[in-house]
Design a protein around this ligand. Structure first.
Ligand SMILES: Nc1nc2c(ncn2[C@@H]2O[C@H](COP(=O)(O)OP(=O)(O)O)[C@@H](O)[C@H]2O)c(=O)[nH]1
Ligand SMILES: [Mg+2]
Length: 470
């Protein structure tokens, strides 16, 4: 997407562009960056013991800054903006207005269950300078009943970008010059034009973010507030930020070329801005403006709002400082905390320098010691468990034996009882058989005796027919 160069139509003069520092080859070489980053002490150290010698003629290393400019221009730049603010405060509109284009994107709804961050990257071109611009916007911010954790996804997102950069930096084969740096360079914090005071959500969120990102607070939709109210509102916001210890980004005043304008602009914070994608014909010029039944608000008119101030400060004057502060202050803090958390230190307990190698060795030994200790503990635990299991098994075996013995005895008793019973039954059967044999014998004797008597009676009946036998 190509964007044409736009001249500031406000009264601010075009300031000289500040030289880029980190993350691009331009940084380390520029006099400005050197002065600001390394400070005097480093310069003195480097110069110690060196003799200044005059040159008899032109050598050519005075072209070094040009070489660096050419190199970084061919590589291109990247800039990442985070817009934090309630839904509908004009974040998307302001981005379109700032970059004089229409970034695609659907307007967010107020029905989000939580806060999400939506990130879009665009390639922009102005003259021969390429810019990879990432715009991250909060979706659903301020739309929930419970806003206690609304800041968390934002903090997590910023940390995730630092972590990704740190991981790239720690790689053996790192490619930082082609790496897409997604660290947030500036957070535009959109304050609702209430004219009262900051909401607690705004204070809490800014407080949580101030050590992680450069915050520029802005009063959104400034056309909704009168001039006198706006002055009071700005004072109120500033005093609330100070009393709550919220550190907002200050435009740097240590560089002579921009010290004056930056100093003046610091006093104008928070900027009151108006956004519009609508172009209206004012006089004989087309201008971005908002039209109302009672008149027209011009976005780029400094008597109407601070939009031009914001654009100049953010893009034309301090874009490189924002990038540099992100790297040297915020990322450095994240990196330090993270490495300390991992056990890395610069000095030993006696404040002697500790090399990375030594730290690694110490950490490795500590880890191995811990591993051995854990192994020993596990071994002990295993032996203990085996012993316990063995005792349990022995107990179970004993119980089984006892049960077996009991059953065996029971069985023997039963068997003995049955044998006794069988014996008595056998005896009974034998006695019965004897009685039966005796009875049969008696019966057969009886029947023989009965037969001879009948014969005798038959004979007597023949001889005496009148004899009655019954
Ligand atoms: N009055 C006024 N309305 C604005 C301004 N900027 C944006 N708007 C309007 O506010 C509404 C929401 O804007 P949008 O950019 O989608 O808000 P976002 O949800 O914060 O991205 C749109 O109707 C815009 O036209 C402004 O500066 N003043
Ligand atoms: Mg939006």
């Amino acid at each position: 997407m190509a964007i044409g160069a736009s001249e500031p139509s406000g009264s601010l003069a075009p300031w000289p562009c500040r030289a880029p520092a980190h993350g691009c080859p331009l940084g380390p070489g520029t006099a400005q960056a050197k002065r600001r980053r390394a400070g005097v002490s480093l310069g003195q150290k480097a110069g110690e013991g060196c003799r200044t010698v005059p040159l008899a003629g032109h050598v050519g290393f005075d072209s070094l800054p040009d070489q660096l400019v050419n190199k970084s221009v061919s590589q291109g730049f990247c800039f990442n903006i985070l817009c934090v603010g309630e839904t509908g405060l004009g974040k998307s509109t302001l981005m379109d207005t700032l970059f004089n284009t229409k970034f695609e994107g659907e307007p967010a709804t107020h029905t989000q269950p939580g806060v999400q961050l939506r990130s879009n990257t665009y390639d922009l071109q102005e003259s021969n300078v390429g810019l990879k611009l990432t715009i991250v916007s909060t979706v659903g911010f301020g739309d929930q009943i419970n806003k206690e954790d609304s800041y968390k996804p934002i903090v997590e997102f910023i940390d995730a970008q630092f972590e990704a950069y740190l991981q790239e930096e720690l790689k053996i084969r790192r490619v930082l010059h082609t790496y897409h740096d997604s660290r947030i360079h500036v957070c535009l914090y959109f304050i609702a034009p209430t004219g009262h005071s900051l909401k607690s959500l705004d204070l809490v969120t800014m407080k949580k973010l101030d050590s992680k990102v450069n915050i520029i607070p802005i009063i959104a939709k400034a056309d909704a507030i009168s001039k006198s109210e706006l002055t009071k509102f700005k004072i109120k916001i500033t005093s609330e930020l100070v009393s709550n210890g919220v550190q907002i980004y200050q435009f740097p005043t240590d560089d002579e070329s921009v010290a004056e304008i930056n100093g003046t602009m610091n006093a104008h914070l928070p900027f009151a801005v108006i956004g519009s994608t609508e172009e209206l014909k004012i006089g004989n010029k087309m201008m971005r403006a908002r039209q109302y039944p009672w008149g027209t608000v011009q976005v780029e008119n400094e008597a109407h709002c601070d939009f031009v101030k914001l654009r100049e400060m953010l893009i034309r004057v301090n874009m490189e400082d924002l990038r540099e502060q992100t790297h040297t202050r915020h990322y450095e803090l994240y990196r330090r905390c993270k490495l300390e958390e991992m056990g890395f230190k610069d000095t030993d307990p006696d404040s002697k320098p500790f090399s990375l190698q030594e730290t690694y060795e110490a950490k490795r030994n500590e880890f191995l010691g811990e591993l051995q200790k854990k192994e020993e503990e596990m071994r002990q635990m295993f032996v203990q468990r085996v012993k316990e299991k063995e005792a349990e098994l022995k107990e179970a075996e004993k119980e089984l034996h006892e049960k077996f013995d009991r059953l065996k005895k029971l069985h023997q008793d039963e068997k003995k009882k049955l044998e006794d019973k069988k014996k008595s039954l056998d005896d009974e059967v034998n006695a019965f058989k004897q009685r039966k044999t005796a009875a049969e014998l008696l019966q057969s004797q009886g029947s023989q005796a009965g037969g001879s008597q009948t014969l005798k009676r038959d004979k007597e009946k023949k001889n005496n027919p009148w004899l009655c036998t019954e």
